[in-house]
Design a protein around this ligand. Structure first.
Ligand SMILES: O=P(O)(O)OC[C@H]1O[C@H](O[C@H]2O[C@H](CO)[C@@H](O)[C@H](O)[C@H]2O)[C@H](O)[C@@H](O)[C@@H]1O
Length: 278
């Protein structure tokens, strides 16, 4: 399976809804990435807070019987829930390293020692020196080196050094480096969003998945879902077409929230029942 310059553009959230209604014969497993999908990208990770319409529509949707929601993020669940705490939905954190189910039970899929996070942080600090605009994020089982606010020419030199210096640790500790939106993330190589969504698809095998995501780490999920046979169940969030395993494309998180609002309105007026029967 290969990536394609893709993504059938959807003209609007209405259009995705229309596609769903036409295709839907099963209940829905709605898999949603957080940063860049549910909320727009911000200068700093702390600033990416959910909007009121997003919160309201997710709360409505979380109460629907024929709909399972999972937020699938590179952030830790604890942090994600400090932004967006909703009962009755799944949380997948750390790019798939941890999961919280509908009843609040937590599962961890990384049992190895993670001293390497501190080693990577030390190397990052050495490379940064006195330069400004860099930000280190130590998570439970992954490490993010952010450079969104750094001067681009300085960032390219600093990051080049960092990539070289961490190679040995990546090999010894069996880690994977993923280049995301103005961030270099490192996580255990066997953990990714694809493995997490496969678990959920197995658990909800009667449900049709719909995954929305905007970044490199979401490609693992797009690929896993397509490999499972749901070739048109994926939406890339991107202003412009780009190589992706996703089938559809929406432009931004505003359109995603509009789609969720439409879905929650249909749930409230009962029409979701005919679109997505039990
Ligand atoms: O899987 P996601 O939910 O999309 O999380 C991916 C990473 O998102 C965050 O970083 C990104 O968003 C920040 C806030 O908009 C932005 O400042 C940064 O440049 C982006 O890379 C988060 O900080 C990471 O931990 C997540 O892994």
């Amino acid at each position: 399976m290969s990536q394609r310059l893709a993504n059938q553009p959807l003209q609007s959230a209405q259009q995705l809804w229309a596609q769903l209604v036409i295709q839907a014969e099963e209940p829905l497993l709605l898999l949603l990435d957080y940063d860049g999908t549910l909320v727009p990208i911000q200068d700093k990770p702390d600033l990416a807070r959910p909007s009121a319409p997003l919160y309201e529509s997710l709360i409505t949707l979380s109460k629907q019987q024929n709909l399972i929601i999972a937020i699938v993020s590179g952030r830790d669940i604890r942090e994600l829930k400090s932004f967006l705490a909703i009962e009755g939905i799944y949380y997948v954190g750390g790019h798939g390293a941890e999961m919280e189910d509908l009843h609040g039970n937590r599962y961890n899929f990384v049992n190895q020692r993670i001293e390497w996070i501190e080693s990577l942080a030390e190397i990052a600090c050495q490379c940064i020196g006195s330069h400004e605009g860099f930000l280190l994020e130590r998570k439970k089982t992954s490490f993010a080196f952010h450079y969104r606010l750094a001067c681009p020419s300085i960032a390219s030199v600093v990051l080049e050094q960092y990539r070289k210096k961490i190679q040995r640790i990546l090999e010894i500790e069996k880690l994977e480096m993923v280049e995301g939106k103005k961030v270099i993330e490192v996580r255990p190589a066997y953990i990714n969003k694809g493995t997490a969504v496969l678990q959920l698809m197995d658990r909800y095998s009667q449900h049709r998945p719909l995954y929305m995501g905007d970044d490199k780490t979401d490609e693992d999920a797009f690929k896993a879902i397509a490999g499972y046979g749901f070739t048109s169940s994926t939406v890339l969030i991107s202003e412009n077409p780009k190589p992706s395993y996703a089938f559809y494309r929406m432009r931004n998180s505003q359109e995603v929230v509009q789609f969720l609002q439409i879905l929650s309105m249909r749930c409230s007026d009962g029409s979701i029942q005919s679109a997505v029967p039990p």
